[in-house]
Design a protein around this ligand. Structure first.
Ligand code: ADP
Ligand code: MN
Ligand code: MN
Ligand code: MN
Length: 368
């Protein structure tokens, strides 16, 4: 048996489900998939329920619970965790009906946010910064793996040729599993996610999609749901998605989640002055940001931010125009227009975007 067909999911007939999804839903019924971040801070969980009506706003959706002792979020004795709906998307999987994906925050029995609920603090900061109109655009890099944890399409014994031809590559020897990428792109747009674009990355089987620019919480919410949709689509193909920031050691690029950030003042004429002020503030809070930019407080990024492979060293702060070896890059076009946004290249691909946006708002806007 080839390693490429050892996934139980990949063996199933992919046309049969369609027969059942074409069955009409009873009048008024809605299938809702509730989605949340589990105790690892980087994996998503989901479960489904039927609603008898289509609520108008997220707050009108029923609060639900789940067993937090099975998601690394509580002990068995006191295991119920609350799901508070915060954002709603169209479901690209259960089409033919008003079915929805419901992104949720998680709360303990005492109604305090769980340890892995990073959204609450971010929403608080975004609310206080609302007048400055913060925009975020996140570039999500990731790698596709087979069931044995090997990058998809890599030879079982040995390695593909060295990096060079793969970034934005075209052709059967350059890119692997474009199906997943195309399906994900369309499904995200259908769902209502502001997917900005996508491209093949530097390492074979590594890809990127961009979300945004979105104001306030929109980009981070979209990113979590886009991650859910990606895992779900890849699951059908028997492909595993990893957001590990350095899936292959050695001379292979790691994965980041560059966060592009601007305020209203930065986007206006001569906004470059505001951008430089923000960079100055960021230079004094390097450690705080490194701690917020991966789920293990910097440990994951230690493997990626080496100073090689288009990264800066985790130990130093740096900034520069068009410099992909800096912590912060001012894109060439922004320097020329003297307005726009900055790119923080430090966030790890498995970062929680709520922690990243939260840190940027607090450092650059709220001066905390
Ligand atoms: P790169 O050249 O670094 O690969 P990409 O084209 O992949 O850049 O991503 C650029 C990102 O910047 C996109 O996600 C886009 O939404 C975002 N972006 C563009 N303008 C702004 C802005 N004014 N504020 C915040 N983000 C922005
Ligand atoms: Mn990019
Ligand atoms: Mn990239
Ligand atoms: Mn980038």
């Amino acid at each position: 048996m080839s390693v490429l067909d050892n996934s139980p999911n990949a063996k199933l007939d992919k046309t049969l489900l369609d027969k059942y999804l074409r069955l009409p839903l009873p009048e008024g019924k809605v299938q809702a998939t509730y989605i949340w971040v589990d105790g690892t801070g980087e994996n998503v969980r989901a479960k489904d329920r039927t609603l008898d009506f289509l609520p108008k706003a997220p707050k009108d959706y029923p609060i639900w619970t789940y067993d937090g002792s099975s998601t690394y979020q509580s002990e068995g004795r006191n295991s119920d965790i609350y799901l508070y709906p915060v954002a709603v998307y169209k479901d690209p999987f259960k089409t033919g009906g008003n079915n929805v994906l419901v992104l949720c925050e998680t709360y303990n029995y005492n109604k305090e946010p769980t340890e892995s609920n990073k959204r609450r603090a971010c929403a608080e900061a975004a609310e206080r910064a609302v007048d400055t109109k913060p925009w975020f655009g996140i570039e999500q890099e990731y790698t596709l793996l087979d069931m044995d944890g090997r990058p998809w399409g890599w030879p079982t014994n040995g390695f593909p040729g060295p990096q060079g031809p793969y970034y934005c590559g075209v052709g059967a020897d350059k890119v692997f599993a474009r199906e997943v990428v195309e399906a994900h792109y369309r499904a995200c747009l259908y769902a209502g996610i502001d997917l900005a674009g996508t491209n093949a990355e530097v390492m074979p089987a590594q890809w990127e999609f961009q979300v945004g620019p979105g104001e306030g919480m929109k980009c981070a919410d979209d990113l979590w749901v886009a991650r859910y949709i990606l895992h779900r689509i890849a699951e059908e193909y028997g492909i595993v998605v990893t957001f590990d920031p350095k899936p292959m050691a050695g001379n292979w690029n790691g994965s980041g989640a560059h966060c592009n950030f601007s305020t209203k003042a930065m986007r206006e004429d001569n906004g470059i002055i505001e951008i430089e002020k923000a960079i100055d503030k960021l230079s004094k809070q390097h450690l705080r940001h490194i701690q917020a930019y991966d789920p293990k407080g910097g440990k994951d990024n230690l493997r990626r931010l080496t100073g090689l492979h288009e990264t800066s060293s985790i130990h130093d702060f740096s900034a520069g125009v068009a410099n992909r070896g800096a912590s912060i890059r001012i894109p060439r076009g922004v320097a020329e227009d003297k307005k726009g946004y900055l790119e923080d290249r430090r966030p790890s691909s498995n970062c929680d975007p709520y922690s990243v946006c939260n840190a940027l708002i607090r450092t650059c806007i709220l001066d905390e």
